[in-house]
Design a protein around this ligand. Structure first.
Ligand SMILES: Cc1cc2nc3c(=O)[nH]c(=O)nc-3n(C[C@H](O)[C@H](O)[C@H](O)COP(=O)(O)OP(=O)(O)OC[C@H]3O[C@@H](n4cnc5c(N)ncnc54)[C@H](O)[C@@H]3O)c2cc1C
Length: 428
C-alpha cells in the first residue's frame, strides 16, 4: 500500500483530525491536514479525560510516552454539596483498570492536541473556503487562494464545521437536500471552563463534582494546575452556534457561582482568582443524520455534539476516526483509488457502524448533565438518589466496562502487543 494515488484532505487538526492522520500514516495512505490555526498546540483548551479504549488507540499509535507527565492520575470521584461537605465518594477511576497497567485507567488528562502532532503533511494557518467535487476527486479551495487536490475530504473541523455546510450545499445542488433532514444543533447549557494555578489545599487526584438546581461544577488538580468546568442551564435553549460572551456576561456568570465550593476547601471565587485561562461558551447537543455525501465524510464534533459533563466527545470522536480509517484501509487494499460509488459505500458502512453507538453516548451525556444540574425533581430523584443506591459506583463502572468499553474499536491493521486491564478487551 506504500505508493498509491489516494490522498485524504483532512479539514481540522483537532484530536479527531490528528487521529485520522496518524491512522492513515500507519496505513501507508497519503493525507494532508488543513488547520486554520497557525499552531496545533494550544496552552488554552479543556482538560480531556481519556477512557481506556482511547488510551489503547494511543498505545497502538505509539503516542503514550508523549502523555507521560502530562496527565492527572485520578483515582477517586467525590460529590460534594455546594458548601463543600461530601455527599459520597468512590474510587471510580480504578474500577476499569488493573493497577499494574496504569495507562488503562480512565484518568489521563492532557491538553487537546498535544500528543498527536506527529503528522508530517500539514498546512496550518489556512482555512477551508470551498470544495469542488469531480468524478475522480476533490479540489479544496483555501483561504489563501491556493487549491489542494485529493481523493476525499474528511471534515474534522468541529462543531462549526464549514465542511458540513459545504457538503450540504453540494448535495442540495444535485437535488438531494440532506440539510432539511437534520435536527437543529441546540445549546441548553453554558460552560465556563479553564485552567488555574494550583492552590494549596486543593486535593490532588480526586475529581470533585457539585450538583444543584441548574448549576454544577467539575474540577481536578495535579500539583501544578487545576482544570475545571462550571455548568449552568440556559434560561432558554438556543441554536445560536457562535455565541461570544461579553465581559459583563462573564462577570454575571462568575457572580452566580460566588456561593459555590468546588472542592471541600476551595471556593469558586478563589479558584477564579487563580485562573490562567478561562472561556465561557454554550454547550451544544446534536447528532447529524447524514455523515457523508459523495467524496466528503464527517467525523468528531462536526457530526456529533454533546456537553462535556460525561467527558466523552473526544473518546467518541476517536472511535469514529478508528472505524473510518479501518474501512478506508480495507477498501484501498482491494482497489488503490476507489470510485465515488465505492467510497460512498465505505462511508455508509462507517456511518452505520458509528451513528447508533454515538447516539447512545449522546444520550448518556445528555442524561448526565441533566442529573448534575437537577433539571427536574424526577431527574434529581432518579439520578442522585435511586440510581446510586441501585448501582453503586463499582458496579456501574464494571457495567460500563463490560457493556461499552471492552467492545470498543482499535486500528485493525496495526499489530502490536497491546496491554489489557482487569476487564479484557473483546478484540485483541
Ligand atoms: C470544557 C470541555 C471539556 C471536555 N472534556 C472532555 C473529556 O474529558 N473527554 C472527552 O472525550 N471530550 C471532552 N470534551 C469534548 C471535546 O473537547 C470535543 O469533543 C473534541 O475537541 C472534538 O474534537 P474534534 O477534533 O472533532 O473537533 P475540535 O476539537 O473542535 O477541532 C476542530 C479543528 O478544526 C479546525 N477548524 C475549524 N474550522 C476550520 C476551517 N474552516 N478550516 C480549517 N480548520 C478548521 C479548528 O481550528 C480545530 O483545530 C470537552 C469539551 C470541553 C469544552
Amino acid at each position: 500500500m506504500a505508493s498509491n494515488k489516494f490522498r485524504a484532505i483532512i479539514i481540522g487538526g483537532g484530536p479527531v483530525g490528528l487521529t485520522i492522520a496518524n491512522g492513515l500514516e500507519r496505513a501507508g495512505l497519503d493525507f494532508l491536514i488543513i488547520e486554520r490555526h497557525p499552531t496545533f498546540i494550544s496552552e488554552s483548551g479543556a482538560g480531556i479525560m481519556l477512557w481506556p479504549h482511547t488510551v489503547r488507540v494511543f498505545d497502538q499509535l505509539g503516542l503514550l510516552e508523549a502523555c507521560e507527565g502530562r496527565y492527572i492520575p485520578l483515582h477517586d470521584k467525590t460529590l460534594i454539596h455546594l458548601d463543600g461537605t461530601p455527599v459520597r465518594n468512590g474510587a471510580i477511576f480504578k474500577y476499569l483498570s488493573d493497577k499494574r497497567v496504569a495507562f488503562n485507567d480512565i484518568c489521563h488528562y492532557f491538553h487537546t492536541n498535544s500528543s498527536v502532532v506527529t503528522a508530517t503533511h500539514i498546512r496550518a494557518g489556512v482555512g477551508i473556503e470551498n470544495i469542488e467535487m469531480t468524478k475522480n476527486g476533490v479540489q479544496v479551495h483555501l483561504s489563501d487562494g491556493s487549491v489542494e487536490e485529493g481523493s476525499i475530504v474528511v471534515g474534522a473541523d468541529g462543531i462549526h464545521s464549514r465542511t458540513r455546510c459545504i457538503m450540504q450545499e453540494l448535495a442540495k445542488k444535485t437535488g438531494n437536500d440532506i440539510a432539511k433532514d437534520e435536527d437543529p444543533i441546540v445549546a441548553n447549557y453554558q460552560i465556563l471552563y479553564g485552567r488555574a494555578k494550583y492552590v494549596p489545599n486543593a486535593e490532588i487526584g480526586t475529581f470533585y463534582e457539585t450538583h444543584s438546581t441548574y448549576r454544577s461544577s467539575q474540577i481536578s488538580a495535579d500539583g501544578k494546575r487545576m482544570h475545571f468546568g462550571i455548568y449552568r442551564k440556559l434560561p432558554n435553549p438556543t441554536t445560536e452556534l457562535r455565541k461570544e460572551y461579553t465581559e459583563e456576561e462573564v462577570a454575571e456568570f462568575v457572580e452566580a457561582f460566588s456561593d459555590v465550593m468546588v472542592m471541600p476547601k476551595l471556593s469558586f471565587p478563589e479558584l477564579y482568582k487563580n485562573c490562567e485561562w478561562t472561556k465561557l461558551q454554550n454547550q451544544h447537543e446534536g447528532l447529524a443524520k447524514h455523515w457523508y455525501y459523495g467524496r466528503i465524510v464527517l467525523a468528531g464534533d462536526s457530526c456529533v455534539q454533546m456537553t462535556a459533563a460525561a467527558g466523552m466527545g473526544v473518546n467518541n470522536g476517536l472511535q469514529s476516526a478508528v472505524v473510518l480509517v479501518n474501512k478506508l484501509y480495507e477498501a484501498l487494499s482491494n482497489s488503490p483509488n476507489p470510485d465515488t460509488e465505492t467510497l460512498e459505500r465505505v462511508f455508509e458502512e462507517y456511518q452505520n457502524a458509528r451513528r447508533e453507538e454515538s447516539l447512545l453516548i449522546c444520550q448518556i451525556a445528555a442524561r448526565m448533565i441533566r442529573v448534575n444540574t437537577w433539571d427536574s425533581y424526577l431527574t434529581w430523584f432518579m439520578g442522585d438518589v435511586v440510581f446510586p443506591w441501585m448501582l453503586p459506583e463499582e458496579k456501574l463502572m464494571t457495567k460500563v466496562g463490560m457493556e461499552i468499553v471492552r467492545g470498543m474499536q482499535k486500528f485493525d491493521f496495526i499489530k502490536t502487543d497491546l496491554k489489557s486491564g482487569k476487564i479484557p478487551w473483546t478484540s485483541l
